[in-house]
Ligand binder design. Structure first.
Ligand SMILES: [Zn+2]
Length: 51
């Protein structure tokens, strides 16, 4: 997936499976600001809610 730094708007392409369930803390390679990308909700999480 592609995420964009909110400070400099430069996007980075990262593998979605790196996010995991807790999300991933990233630092912008361009401006150095820390960015945070939350984890995506997958089908397993939806199944847990319905149980
Ligand atoms: Zn940035």
């Amino acid at each position: 997936m592609c995420i964009a730094c909110p400070y400099c708007n430069v996007g980075s392409e990262i593998p979605t499976d790196l996010l995991g369930r807790k999300g991933l803390s990233l630092k912008s390679a361009t401006c150095g600001h820390p960015c945070f990308q939350v984890a995506v909700v997958d089908e397993i999480d939806l199944a847990d809610c319905l149980a």
